[in-house]
Design a binder for this molecule. Structure first.
Ligand SMILES: [Zn+2]
Length: 307
């Protein structure tokens, strides 16, 4: 993935005008929600430069007593590495940053600074001035922001990462799913995270939102993606169960990296996903390696559940 410091405003394709979608190259979409009381930045992109452009798009709404608020959906670099412009020594636009307690823990963790230093060495022009700043207001469970006209319900949606939260706006039946759902599918980081992530997907699909926006999917893909993600993992499970029944080695260590698990469970990517608009552009990584990783994870999970 080549990174860029550019952040453009996506044109509105029919969602509520109070939500702005900002796009950082092909990497990530982030959101600005304009309410009567607050202008809420949902995520801070990859660095101070991209976060500053978000503020630029928000600036014309920051009047009539509206306050700036920042939310982190989770601790991945493409969602919170711009936090430094809102809190800490380099804060040009001081504002509260809300996030789950787990998100704050992960940003404080030595692993996060290790990863930052790695990226800074490889891409100083992008990550050179990133400072890790955890949420300044962290919470467990859910949190409600009463914007006066719009309500933002922040609620836990673990799976992709354990700290993940999504946002639901009941007045306009709109879901900001962030990375809880993705095109073609969200990635669980751990085997234990896989069933949790599927539960989250089912919960989001059951919300039945009229509009759903994601951080890694086309803006036009709609709430159907939640169902497609559910179906994808159901199909993967089905095929993996069938393969295990036919006597696949129970010890997954026996299926080494060279084994083509896609052929083993007989589920090519195209048979697990729809073919509609948006799906043709899926990155080849997901069609091959990414898809195989999901199958491996599912096999491991099924084998450990059976043990
Ligand atoms: Zn992401």
């Amino acid at each position: 993935m080549r990174h860029t410091n550019e952040l453009i405003l996506a044109s509105n394709q029919g969602w509520d005008e109070r939500i702005l979608v900002c796009r950082n190259g092909r990497l990530v979409d982030v959101f600005i929600v304009i309410t009567r009381r607050y202008v809420v930045l949902v995520d801070t992109v990859i660095n101070p430069a991209t976060a500053a452009q978000m503020v630029g798009y928000a600036q014309s709404y920051l009047h009539e007593g509206r306050q700036l608020l920042v939310v982190n959906t989770h601790a991945d670099y493409d969602h919170c590495w711009g936090n430094g412009v809102f809190a800490g020594p380099d804060a040009r636009w001081p504002a509260p940053i809300l996030g789950s307690r787990r998100c704050a823990d992960l940003i404080r963790h030595p692993e996060a600074s290790g990863y930052l230093h790695e990226r800074q060495e490889k891409e100083p022009a992008i990550f050179g001035d990133v400072v890790l700043v955890p949420p300044t207001l962290s919470f467990d469970g859910s949190l409600t922001i009463d914007g006066g006209d719009l309500t933002l319900e922040l609620f836990p949606t673990p799976g992709h990462t354990e700290d993940h939260i999504a946002i639901y706006l009941p007045e306009i039946n709109t879901l900001l799913a962030a990375d809880a759902a993705e095109l073609p599918f969200p990635f669980a980081r751990t085997v234990e995270g896989l069933p949790v992530m599927r539960e989250t997907l089912a919960q989001l699909a059951a919300l039945n939102p009229a509009t759903a926006l994601y951080c890694h999917a086309p803006v036009t893909i709609g709430p159907q993606l939640l169902h497609d993600n559910v179906t994808y993992f159901d199909r993967v499970e089905q095929q993996c169960r069938a393969a295990l029944k036919q006597g696949l080695p129970q010890d997954l260590d026996d299926i080494d990296d060279a084994v083509d698990v896609v052929a083993l469970v007989d589920l090519p990517f195209e048979q697990a996903t729809p073919t509609g608009p948006g799906w043709q552009d899926v990155d080849p990584f997901y069609r091959t390696t990414g898809h195989a990783q999901q199958i491996r994870m599912m096999l491991t999970w099924l084998a450990s559940a059976a043990a």
